[in-house]
Design a binder for this molecule. Structure first.
Ligand code: GLY
Length: 384
């Protein structure tokens, strides 16, 4: 048996940032995960796109996304400094473009909405878009230039968080969690499939899309998280073609989002499908076809590039697309850090801050109050 102050169930980027921040606060911390540093971040493109991914009706989430975007430079600097690792953090901006008249009208609406909210985005004509990004299709009708929406390499981010947590004294238990231990109505840590028991005053459930399936928890405590499949492609930009794109380029094509994220190391990430197919992570011919077709409409030259990887991951979807950060209703000792859906990479810095504050009894950032798991309490609190 091992004793800790905090046991984190799940070693994806959210679990790792929570563990790192907890250990920095002097808490004895463990992470339980068979493969820490993998999870959805291994698939994600890493857009930090609070403004271009703005959705109607999600203004509170926007505030949290913007707060995390503002934190990113300092967070990435601190993490790089602590680990000596480059995170691929690139302050390159994003261009969202329209391919036809309907897209243009939609993007105009989005621009008006962004302007009402005081967000910085600039409307460009098709010609101005192509002047910025000459590889864009000649038919591009216009676009939004958002210089504040950046990117990071999520695989490097995960690797750095793993190292930072390790250097801060976090223990890693590389086994699956069989169950959260509940003793006399309080969460007390976790029992792992390899038989290890991790005892702790606080247990943090940060298991991404699996968070709603963890054993040992009463049905009414399990968070309403579901897997949302995303297929993603990785291409390589040969040196002779560089600079292929200088910023993230995205569009809505036939109702689906497509984005191209060019990294400094020559990788070009093309994403992503959004599919409600349960636990399926098959890469399908249809998914790859749709991504390539839509990306080709946007940037015809991509068909020349080597395709080096196809992969599918599972976003941790929540009923309102926003994360659950805080005490689980009716189970003292259990905290949730899950349900980040499309924004896990973006929300990593602020999630770390919020979880550290919650775990130490410190002042919780005011923007966190909208994301308490209690907002789903009618579901969470009603025993079936
Ligand atoms: N934030 C990008 C995605 O979830 O596809």
């Amino acid at each position: 048996m091992h004793r800790y102050d905090v046991v984190v169930v799940g070693g994806g980027i959210i679990g790792l940032v929570t563990a790192w921040r907890a250990a920095q606060q002097g808490l004895r911390t463990a992470v339980a995960d068979p493969e820490p540093g993998r999870g959805a971040a291994h698939v994600a493109a890493g857009m930090l796109a609070a403004v271009t991914e703005l959705q109607y009706g999600e203004q509170e989430l926007l505030e949290l996304n913007l707060a995390s975007a503002r934190r990113y430079a300092a967070f990435a600097g601190e993490l790089s400094e602590a680990t000596g690792l480059d995170l691929g953090y690139r302050r390159c901006g994003t261009l969202a473009v329209a391919l036809d008249a309907d897209d243009r009208a939609d993007l105009r609406e989005l621009h008006a909405f962004q302007s009402r909210l005081g967000l910085e985005s600039e409307w460009l004509s098709g010609r101005e878009c192509r002047r910025l990004e000459p590889m864009l299709a000649p038919g591009v009708r216009g676009g939004l230039r958002v210089d504040g929406d950046h990117q990071i390499d999520p695989r490097r981010l995960a690797k750095a968080l793993l190292r930072a947590a390790d250097l801060s004294g976090v223990d890693f238990h590389r086994s699956e969690v069989a169950r959260v231990e509940v003793v006399r109505g309080r969460a007390r840590g976790a029992v792992l499939r390899d038989g290890t028991t991790l005892t702790a005053d606080r247990t943090v459930l940060a298991a991404g899309s699996r968070s709603g399936t963890i054993g040992g928890l009463p049905e009414h405590v399990l968070p309403p998280v579901r897997p949302v499949k995303g297929q993603v492609l990785r291409l390589r930009i040969p040196a002779a073609y560089a600079p292929f794109l200088s910023r993230t380029v995205r569009a809505v094509v036939r109702g689906g989002h497509v984005y191209l994220v060019p990294r400094e190391n020559g990788e070009l990430v093309v994403g992503a499908t959004s599919e409600e197919l349960g636990w399926d992570t098959t890469v399908t011919a249809g998914g790859v076809y749709e991504l390539l077709r839509d990306a080709h409409e946007l940037v015809p030259g991509i068909t020349e590039l080597p395709l080096v990887e196809t992969l599918a991951g599972l976003r941790p979807g929540s009923p309102d697309n926003a994360p659950m950060l805080g005490e689980a209703p009716r189970l003292p000792g259990l905290l949730l850090a899950t349900g980040h859906h499309r924004n896990g990479v973006l929300l990593t810095p602020v999630t770390g801050d919020i979880m550290a504050a919650l775990l130490t009894g410190g002042e919780v950032p005011p923007q966190a109050r909208h994301f308490s798991p209690a907002r789903f309490s009618s579901r969470l609190e009603q025993p079936a």
